[in-house]
Design a protein around this ligand. Structure first.
Ligand code: G6P
Length: 623
């Protein structure tokens, strides 16, 4: 939800900011803008500006901003930038960030939501401040100016710290003041912010990919911290204004993970990376017939004492949790409750100190999941997080972190991160089962061996991706697609359906096979496409009956099934996509891949913007 960047050094700030914003577009892309400290503005036609800070911003993608920059005079060696996902005020030029204060002294970029902005705005208006936008951010710029003018003309940082004390809500902020050409300020509460440490230059950004081309040395800002960033110095303060000594966090990502590397879209690149990503997590956690969990005290020391598990997550991560619940209950025999994170804290969940809460998040920054984690800790539960982004808020606040090791995921639609979240959940389930002796050593060994095969099984599915592509070429015009499955296949269907609707905009619903006839079957008509997942032997006859029910109403059925059921399934289904034979408990890690490919090829055929679907953002950091 919005991306911010900042730069100070000797380079052309415009280029550094725009390049950084390109890496953050996944966070929002309805408008963008930059503010650069650059001497007198010689051309005011396309800019709004103070004397020294020049701002160029506009509605639309970064391309539109770049076009506008070409026609403006904006240059300098320090600046801040923003790519927006609108919360307050429609996407238009005026509501785009950066926002400047009443006298244009202060420029601000913001990710988050200020909940008490109306009160603050009223107060500032009564003090003579005028507003031009509908945003909550403009209030921050004016509030800083208010403190700066009236109390702290000598140092902008004090004005920022005083302003922050009045803000309710969440923010990651980048702030520049016209009187200080040698510094910009960043602050964080609830929205991510990382500082990149260079040689005679420093950076700030919402996420690491934006600075990775320049430096791998970073400070990860904590909530309530404020940093003063100069070319050769970064000073971090806590919420009380005391200086904080930060540890340098070294990023070891492969930079190609943030490039398309010849693929048409990040999404297909990331689907094709699934075998490698799975290998990363599986090989690091399963070695010599053992689960490696020395760093996870919850598994190592507390597994036997856990009475109940809560799984909490959003979106695709929640769908991984649906699989996780069934797998943990099957293997470890621990009751599992699963909740959507945005509902969890308002449900007044009955958590006891002996309970374990597993939170799942690719970004590690989803605000609902973070709040759920805090709620769980308040209630005395232990928290194990399954997270992809190293050093993220959720990772840092959890008791234990099991990193999914999928490397950065750039496409908005999550693919490889989901497969790895599943792998993590299987590893947790099996580790608990072994500690609690709910599976015997032989069975555990067999499951581990089977898990080790998963990367190559996914690779096999990918080798046959033209089948899915051909199917998509014929049926991408479907108006509505229903996904059905039972047991683990139902959990799989829910994720397959989400993938399709989010990137192809085709209406889609997922139903437990038996539930469809309790109402929704009324929507099924001649020619409707139904995708049926048929991978569970013990449920096969049941789901086959459900397929017959929809076939009887004239639907077209695409079935995803294990090789050994192909003959039988193809007698009823119109088209069958086969995955290799395998242990049915582990199927979701492999069977999701054809569903992801289906969504991808439908979206490509429809000419959709696959990596940046409308209205979505990859990291949801506002409530
Ligand atoms: C957004 C993204 C989804 C993601 C969900 C949870 O809605 O578009 O792809 O699954 O957030 O994100 P997280 O980073 O917590 O896994």
């Amino acid at each position: 939800m919005c991306g911010i960047v900042g730069y100070i050094g000797k380079k052309d700030a415009v280029q550094v900011l725009v390049d950084g914003l390109k890496k953050l577009e996944y966070r929002g892309y309805d408008s963008a803008g930059i503010a650069v400290y650059g001497g007198k503005n010689e051309n005011k036609r396309n800019t709004c500006t103070g004397n020294n800070i020049v701002v160029v911003k506009c509605k639309g993608r970064l391309d539109s901003l770049q076009e506008k920059i070409k026609n403006s005079i904006i240059r300098g060696n320090m600046g801040i930038g923003h790519t927006r996902w609108a919360t307050h005020g429609e996407p238009n030029d005026v509501n785009s960030h950066p926002h400047v204060s009443h006298s244009s002294k202060i420029a601000v970029v913001h990710n988050g939501i200020i909940e008490n902005y109306t009160e603050l705005k009223e107060f500032l208006e009564s003090e003579g401040f005028e507003f031009v936008s509908d945003t909550d951010t403009e209030v921050i710029a004016n509030l800083i100016e208010y403190f700066y003018k009236y109390y702290h003309k000598e140092e902008i940082t004090n004005a920022v710290v005083n302003s922050l004390k009045l803000l309710e809500g969440t923010y990651a902020l980048g702030i520049m003041c016209e009187d200080f050409p040698d510094r910009f300020i960043v602050a964080r509460k609830g929205s991510p912010l990382v500082i990149g440490l260079g040689e005679n230059e420093n950076f700030a950004a919402s996420d690491i990919p934006a600075i990775l081309a320049h430096t791998r040395n970073t400070y990860i800002l904590d909530d309530d911290e404020v940093a003063l960033i100069k070319q050769d110095q970064v000073i971090v303060y806590d919420g009380f204004g005391n200086e904080v000594k930060k540890e340098v966090f070294k990023v070891d990502w492969d930079i190609t993970a943030t490039e398309k590397s010849g693929y048409e879209h990040f999404m297909i690149k990331e689907i094709c990376e699934e075998p490698e990503a799975l290998r990363n997590i599986i090989n690091s956690r399963i070695k010599d017939g053992e689960i490696v969990a020395g760093d996870l005290s919850i598994i190592e020391n507390e597994a036997a004492r856990v009475n109940k598990i809560f799984i909490v997550a959003c979106g695709t991560a929640y769908h991984a949790g649906l699989v996780g619940k069934q797998v943990i209950e099957t293997l470890a025999k621990i009751p599992v409750e699963i909740s959507i994170a945005s509902e969890f804290r308002y449900q007044d969940p009955i958590i006891s100190p002996g309970d374990l809460v597993i939170v799942i998040s690719q970004s590690g920054e989803t605000i609902y999941t973070l709040f759920a984690l805090r709620e769980a800790k308040r209630a005395g539960a232990r928290v194990l997080s399954i997270v992809n982004t190293v050093g993220s808020s959720i990772a840092r606040e959890s008791d234990n972190v099991l990193y999914t090791l999928a490397e950065p995921e750039i496409a908005i639609a999550s693919t490889k991160a989901y497969n790895n979240q599943l792998a993590a959940l299987y590893i947790v389930a099996l580790a608990f089962a072994m500690k609690r002796r709910t599976v015997n050593d032989r069975a555990a060994l067999e499951i581990m061996e089977e898990i080790k095969r998963i990367p190559e099984l996914v690779a096999e599915v990918l080798n046959h991706r033209e089948e899915v592509q051909k199917f998509a070429a014929r049926h991408y015009n479907s108006k509505s697609v229903f996904f059905i499955g039972r047991g683990l296949d139902y959990a799989l269907s829910v994720e397959g359906s989400l993938k399709l609707k989010e990137i192809s905009y085709i209406h889609s619903e997922a139903y437990a096979g038996g539930e469809l006839k309790h109402g929704t079957i009324a929507l099924i008509e001649e020619g409707t496409l139904v995708v049926a997942c048929v991978t569970q032997n013990y449920l096969k006859d049941k789901i086959m009956s459900n397929i017959k029910e929809v076939k009887a109403r004239g639907t077209l059925v695409l079935a995803v099934t294990q090789s050994r059921f192909t003959c039988e399934v193809s007698r009823t289904a119109d088209i069958v996509i086969t995955i290799p034979d395998m242990n049915q408990l582990l199927v979701p890690m492999v069977a999701i891949t054809p569903l992801q490919l289906l969504a991808y090829y439908f979206a490509v055929q429809k000419g959709c913007d696959v990596d940046k679907p409308r209205n979505l953002a990859k990291s949801v950091t506002v409530e």
